[in-house]
Design a binder for this molecule. Structure first.
Ligand SMILES: Nc1nc2c(ncn2[C@@H]2O[C@H](COP(=O)(O)OP(=O)(O)O)[C@@H](O)[C@H]2O)c(=O)[nH]1
Ligand SMILES: [Mg+2]
Length: 305
């Protein structure tokens, strides 16, 4: 398996922020300005960027940095500190039967792909798992999940295209209870915050789930495309208003995604990032970890061991 750095090292963040340190820069205000610009263009967002730059500026004024390497080290520490509070893994209780994960997000962000990756991960942990084909909007979506379930010997509850998504979820929780399944992951159709009917449908799915189990869904997992930049912020705001998002997955951080959006999300919402998606293959899902993430997108100081 590729390392985090091999997967995330092509990000715009790695190139623009990391690149500043490779040219033997001088320790001065210009360097701080350049870091500021690089953070902003990597989607870190204004608030998170200001927080980092102000800390660096203050410490530079106090002559706390003997050299550029020391500033680099502080930048790394500040970035890690920003992510540490939201790097909280998804904990699944053995005794939740089922622990229901409701997957939500905009179209094409990687919901169904992430469900496949998660299912594989949980199955490998020996947990009995079931999927619900709640994206009833497109026939292909139901088939996509069914085919995937068949290949991996994971049961998929579905009612076909155009079925009521809430009713699929209701059936699925009942089936999961009957079969003593540990984890049920429910897919949903992608939607935009402007589609108020579809946003209402999400709240309805939640309400219907609660009729069977008042603590369901145990996790509302919102999937975000890491290449969408600052738009991700408004997506999370809108979905949170409709269904109270409890965890995030940021996908497509392989390739040239800017990567900085992770910091913007951390700063803006404080919602835990559970996993990151680093490719189209089944194994391309990593539990989010602040140190590994920062060390992957911020190259080490050149010349440092
Ligand atoms: N490069 C890359 N592609 C991804 C990742 N996750 C999903 N995709 C691709 O994104 C596209 C949409 O994925 P899908 O799961 O159908 O999105 P959905 O509409 O949210 O269910 C597919 O082509 C996936 O292969 C990822 O982490 N990295
Ligand atoms: Mg889908």
């Amino acid at each position: 398996m590729l390392t985090w750095r091999e997967k995330l090292g092509n990000s715009n963040f790695a190139k623009s922020v990391g690149g500043l340190f490779s040219g033997n820069p001088r320790l001065d205000d210009d360097l701080l300005d350049e870091i500021e610009t690089a953070l902003l263009t990597s989607d870190v967002g204004v608030a998170a960027t200001m927080q980092v730059i102000e800390d660096l500026r203050r410490k530079m004024k106090q002559r706390q940095f003997p050299d550029v390497a020391a500033l680099h080290e502080q930048l790394r520490a500040d970035l890690i500190a920003m992510l540490e509070p939201i790097a909280r893994p998804l904990v699944i209780n053995e005794f939740d039967r089922p622990f229901v994960i409701l997957t939500v997000g905009v179209n094409g962000v990687g919901k169904t792909t992430t469900i496949g990756k998660l299912a594989k991960r949980f199955k490998d942990q020996g947990r009995p798992i079931m999927l619900a084909a709640g994206d009833t909007f497109r026939a292909a979506a139901v088939e996509q999940l069914q085919a995937w379930g068949a290949r991996n010997e994971i049961p998929v509850i579905s009612q076909g295209q155009n079925a009521d998504s809430a009713s699929v979820s209701f059936d699925a929780i009942q089936a999961a209870k009957a079969r003593d399944v540990n984890i049920l992951i429910c897919d949903t159709a992608g939607r935009l915050h402007t589609q108020s009917g579809l946003m209402d449908e999400l709240s309805k799915i939640k309400r219907v789930m609660k009729k069977i189990d008042s603590s369901a869904p145990q996790e509302v997992l919102m999937v975000i495309d890491g290449t969408t930049g600052q738009n991700a912020i408004s997506q999370v705001r809108q979905f949170s208003a409709a269904v109270d998002v409890t965890g995030l997955v940021v996908t497509k951080l392989d390739g040239t995604a800017k990567g900085g959006v992770v910091f913007a999300l951390a700063r803006e919402f404080g919602i835990p990032i559970r996993f990151i998606g680093t490719g189209e293959f089944i194994g391309d899902l990593r539990e989010f970890n602040a140190v590994d993430f920062v060390d992957a997108i911020l190259p080490p100081m050149p010349g440092a061991a």
